[in-house]
Design a protein. Sequence first.
Length: 199
Amino acid sequence: MPQNIAPPGLISLLAAALAQQPTKPLVLALDGRCGSGKTTLANTLARQFPASITLHTDDFYLPPTQRIRGWEKTPCANMDLARLRDEALRPAYEGQPVQYRAYSCREGAYLPARELAAQPLVILEGSYSHHPLLTGYETLRVFLTCAKEEQTHRLQAREGERYANFAARWVPLEEGYFAQYHIAETADFVVDTTQSGTI
C-alpha cells in the first residue's frame, strides 16, 4: 500500500473550504481500485484534519443471507448502500451525530453500535463510495488508481495466499462498477498512486 499519498493540492483545497466554516459538513468520498490507497489516504487526511470522522463502506456489507442470487457476478450486490446512506452518510452530511452497527464479514455478525459526533469534515472511504445511490450527500469525489502491475504487487503483498481468489472475484466486480457508472470519468479528482511507494 502507498505511504503518505495525500496530494498537496487536495489538502490545500480541503483546508480552504473548511476555513470558510460552511453551514454543512464537507463530505469527501474516496473511491478507486483495490490496492490504490483509499484507506491510506483516508488515514492521512484524518490525521491532517482531526475535526473529522471517517466512514468505511466495508462496514456496510450485506450478510450473505440477504444477498440476491448471483450476487457474485453483480457489482455492488454485496453492499447495503441504502443503509450506509440512511444510517451514516445522510446524518453526517446534515451535521448530526452518526450511530450505526458495522457488519463484520470475518465475524459473520453485526458489531456493537458505533457513535460518531458531528464534525465539519466527513471522509467516506472505500469501494462503491461514488455509487449513484449516494449522490447528493458528497461534496467532493476523488478516484484513486494505480497501474495494473502495481496493483497486483500490492494485493499479493496484502492478501498473501488469498490473492488468487481475491483477484478472481473482487477485481472484476469492481471494474464492472467503474465501467457501468463511469466512476473515474465523473470524479472531481483522479489520483494515480503508482509512484507513491509501498510499505
